[in-house]
Design a binder for this molecule. Structure first.
Ligand code: ATP
Ligand code: MG
Length: 219
């Protein structure tokens, strides 16, 4: 099973979602790894801080298109679940990752107009890729850094609803809220499941349940 975490936008939580999902699945006894496809090596560096006593979540750094295909083939034989943490750009490497994935997660931060525009541009790219490959390439939004008291955030969720129909994208019911635990866990090589914030833990557990439901439907 291969899951790509991708978006046009930087800083929306691709690495955060990849790492937390991987940690959560590892705690459920899954053999899980991350392919870090970003030059910035966020997940690769995160892994170097991971305490040894915690469940292993190996990270492989791959930024080249040919290596990406080979690595996905090899790792998907070896691991139950491979999560690909993508850079904030659409290139051959990331298109290859999406094409070889069972589904993609698209983290979205509802913070302003540029998020809307970047999301639409990205979804247009996915549409082209679907046509070119004649493949469904299922995609799911994951709303991240959500702040219920910010009016703009609600308006943004409505805009996403329009995209769902236009671009055939689904979304995860679990919303990840803005919480400092995400940054703190990351800085310690952990997921929030291994950190002391019950609300963050719960939302990652809920997201994992939803992801596993899709995984089980696909196998
Ligand atoms: N739900 C959240 N609440 C608070 N902080 C968050 C949340 N999600 C992510 N962050 C923080 O936002 C920053 C960007 O997140 P992250 O690195 O996961 O984004 P990214 O999409 O991978 O970025 P890039 O495009 O640069 O790779 C990080 O400092 C991270 O700790
Ligand atoms: Mg990242």
């Amino acid at each position: 099973m291969v899951i790509t975490v991708i978006s046009f936008k930087g800083g929306v939580g691709k690495s955060t979602v990849s790492q937390n999902l991987a940690v959560s699945l590892a705690h459920q006894g899954k053999d899980v790894c991350i392919i870090d496809a970003d030059e910035n090596e966020s997940s690769n560096i995160w892994y170097s801080f991971r305490p040894e006593e915690l469940p292993s979540v190996p990270v492989f750094h791959v930024t080249n298109r040919t290596d990406m295909s080979k690595t996905i083939n090899t790792l998907s034989e070896r691991f139950d679940i491979v999560i690909i943490d993508c850079p904030p750009a659409v290139k051959d490497t990331t298109s290859r990752a999406v094409a070889k994935s069972d589904f993609s997660l698209i983290p979205i931060t509802p913070t302003g107009g540029s998020d809307v525009w970047a999301t639409e541009k990205f979804l247009e790219h996915i549409s082209l890729l679907r046509d070119r490959l004649d493949a469904p390439l299922p995609c799911y939004f994951v709303v991240n850094r959500y702040e219920p008291n910010v009016t703009m955030h609600k308006a943004y969720l409505n805009a996403l609803g329009d995209y769902m129909e236009k671009y055939q994208v689904d979304w995860m019911n679990t919303i990840l809220h803005k919480r400092s635990a995400y940054g703190e866990a990351n800085a310690n090589g952990m997921g929030v499941l291994e950190y002391e914030n019950p609300k963050a833990k719960k939302e990652i557990k809920d997201l994992t349940k939803e992801v596993m439901a899709i995984v089980e439907l696909a196998v």
